[in-house]
Design a protein around this ligand. Structure first.
Ligand SMILES: [Fe+2]
Length: 179
């Protein structure tokens, strides 16, 4: 289940209902999907066949999102300490950015941190881990980091996979991971 940390006060929100309510206030949808197949956490970087198996395991959820929200494309990303050039790949997303499409992720394994920069000036972090499904609306300023474990396997959902290119506020400013 996702948890929240407010960067100005250091306050943490861990109660599931409170987390959902806080995120909804910011236009972010957070849900919990069924646990992934047990073999997934034993793997590091996934092969194309293994990625396909992950998509098949979540077919009912993906079909539902296609019908209900129009997320018609889905793929799987897999990053670990063994991923070549992982720091370069992550550097694209640790700066404040938005997308012209919603950023939609199901975290199948591992964990990550989304940071948000709100219109009123406050910032907060969402820690996501296995089982979390999150929808960040288009044009919402955010950043993304991995935790120290540097391990994540996630399904990405798109309406149009060309709209997912990051648009930076300041391409040189790395954002905080901790309060
Ligand atoms: Fe993003």
């Amino acid at each position: 289940m996702a948890t929240i940390k407010l960067l100005d006060s250091g306050k943490e929100i861990k109660d599931a209902a409170e987390v959902t309510k806080y995120l909804a206030k910011h236009g972010i949808i957070s849900q919990v999907w069924p646990a992934p197949p047990a073999w997934l956490s034993q793997k590091q970087n996934l092969t194309d066949d293994e990625k396909q198996k992950v998509l098949e395991a979540y077919k009912p959820q993906l079909e539902n999102e296609k019908t209900q929200r129009g997320y018609v494309f889905a793929d799987v990303i897999s990053m670990s300490v063994n991923t070549p050039n992982i720091d370069q790949a992550l550097a694209k997303f640790d700066k404040l950015h938005h997308h012209t499409e919603d950023e939609v992720r199901y975290i199948a394994d591992g964990e990550g941190i989304f940071g948000f920069d709100c219109k009123d000036g406050h910032q907060f972090l969402i820690n996501v881990s296995s089982g979390d499904y999150i929808i960040i609306p288009a044009f919402n300023w955010h950043w993304f980091l991995l935790t120290e474990k540097k391990n994540i396997k996630a399904i990405r959902l798109f309406k149009n996979n060309e709209g997912w290119v990051p648009v930076y506020k300041d391409a040189t400013a790395t954002q905080p991971a901790k309060a």
